[in-house]
Design a protein around this ligand. Structure first.
Ligand code: ADQ
Length: 461
């Protein structure tokens, strides 16, 4: 018996060899196994067709795009996915925007996509669905009669039961997820929350192999902490070209933050903590600077516009109060930066400042560690609320709501003796290596392959 791998994600790479950890890892996996990658077409169609559209020319696997109308984009993507599910999963129920149109759009796009996948999937194919845009996809595929293996991986935090109260009744996560063979989550805490949901919403039983039993179904619920392409990132950071250039422009001690501009990333408190550090530092001759790179995303959603304005105001005030003629303490850049420049900035920075209120994993924390010079490493200050903190316990862990604590952590990081920096770096780097993204996708697919023992999936051996 043989089947192919079908990967479904919201975005589909258009470059022949995509860069960036996750996308590159999935590309490498598909390159080896063959199969299909399905994702959304960036062009809107007034009347989305019911068939998938071939894009690019990949010799070992196919890329297929699903079409959306502008209304689908507004209601499915900006609406339900990013104005309901995203805030609920990031504990920001106050930012949820309710609309029946959003719910309808989400169901419409998922049902249409299920029909399109059903057209191209053979009975023995294995489908790997990524992220919150597609919670109901397995349920919709099962309804059409697909009986093969379907796995799900959630990149963002799994919501707590209490927070799920902010979802409309039509969004029944427990029912939707019970139709997958394997639910993959980032951390052990995510797994605990997911099991609690299955137990309380469906009365499902937890079996000793870690699966849940619900009627005749068995669903695996496990954590697969995602990581980066470690060797590639280390190699990029080590290349010395332009590094001196970058360092020259960034005189003084550098603290770096890199995030999509999102309210979950804790940027206002990060700015406040840096301001507090400047106020309280003993040696006023010391002129550290915070470089914050944060390209705006999802700007059509009002919560994202609000956070942008808030940050601009905070940044202006902080510089107004602290800058000197020859020193700008906070540099705030709204653009995407090339990965090789980013890697070098990480290596140059004495502190990686990563302070989300909630984050599935946070790859920036891992990239910062991987970019360090082992002989003279910088220090990672990391929010306890990031998935990455579950295992990277040797970072300086902070509470992202506690400005004072974060400002003290900055002082501690900037003054840390070499030996302690090296010890902390070595411990963190061990975790970064253990969760390499290549191994992550391999582990996930092996678990999915083994998830139902009555079928053999020899083509993936
Ligand atoms: P994100 O919320 O996007 O991912 P993160 O894990 O930090 O967060 O990944 C962001 C990636 O984009 C990193 O590789 C980073 O280097 C890059 N990036 C960010 N800003 C950039 C800029 N200005 N220029 C260039 N590159 C930039 C979601 C979840 C996370 C989870 C990942 C993967 O929210 O919690 O870790 O998916 O599962």
């Amino acid at each position: 018996m043989s089947g192919k791998l079908i990967v479904v994600s919201n975005r589909i790479p258009t470059a022949a060899t995509p860069s960036g950890g996750l996308v590159f890892a999935l590309h490498e996996t598909l390159r080896k196994t063959g199969g299909i990658w399905i994702g959304s077409d960036p062009e809107f169609q007034a009347d989305p067709s019911d068939t998938l559209k071939e894009i690019g020319d990949q010799s070992t696997y196919q890329r297929l795009a699903f079409e959306m109308s502008e209304t689908d984009y507004q209601t499915f993507y900006l609406g339900f996915a990013n104005s309901v599910l995203w805030p609920v999963c990031h504990r920001r129920g106050d930012l949820v925007q309710m609309s029946r149109r959003f719910e309808e759009g989400y169901r419409r796009v998922n049902k249409r996509l299920a029909r399109q996948i059903f057209e191209v999937a053979g009975p023995e194919d294995m489908i790997w669905v990524h992220d919150y845009h597609f919670f109901p996809l397995a349920a919709d595929l099962r309804e059409l009669g697909f009986e093969g293996k379907i796995g799900f991986f959630l990149h963002i935090p799994f919501p707590a039961l209490g927070d799920m109260g902010a979802l409309p009744p039509s969004a029944n996560l427990a029912h939707w997820l019970a139709d997958y063979d394997l639910v993959g989550l980032q951390t052990r805490s995510d797994v605990a929350r997911c099991l609690e949901m299955f137990r309380s919403e469906l009365g499902a039983e937890l079996m000793h192999d870690g699966k849940i039993k619900y009627g005749e179904r068995r669903v695996g619920v496990r954590s697969f902490p995602i990581g980066i392409d470690v060797e590639a990132f280390v190699a990029t950071a080590e290349k010395s070209t332009n590094r001196e250039e970058i360092a020259k422009d960034l005189s003084g001690e550098l603290i770096i933050g890199v995030d999509r501009l999102d309210y979950s990333k804790g940027l206002p408190n990060r700015f406040r903590a840096f301001g507090r550090y400047l106020e309280t530092r003993k040696d006023k001759e010391r002129r550290p600077s915070l470089l914050q790179i944060a390209p705006p995303t999802r700007e059509e959603v009002s919560a994202y516009r609000d956070i942008r304005f808030e940050l601009e105001e905070l940044a202006g005030r902080l510089n107004g109060e602290n800058a000197e003629l020859d020193w700008t303490p906070l540099r705030y850049i709204h653009r995407n930066i090339d990965r090789d420049v980013l890697a070098k900035l990480f290596r140059t920075a004495r502190v990686g400042f990563v302070t989300p209120f909630a984050d599935g994993m946070n790859l920036v924390a891992k990239e910062y560690i991987a970019a360090q010079d082992p002989e003279d490493p910088g220090v990672l200050v990391l929010s306890r609320m990031a998935g990455a903190a579950e295992d990277m316990t040797e970072a300086l862990l902070v509470n992202p709501y506690d400005i004072e604590e974060m400002s003290e952590a900055l002082a501690q990081a900037l003054d840390m003796p070499l030996e302690e920096r090296q010890a902390r770096y070595t411990a963190c780097m061990k975790r970064v290596r253990a969760t390499d993204v290549g191994r992550w996708s391999e582990n996930y697919l092996n678990a999915l392959k083994d998830s139902r023992r009555d079928l053999s999936w020899s083509s993936f051996n």
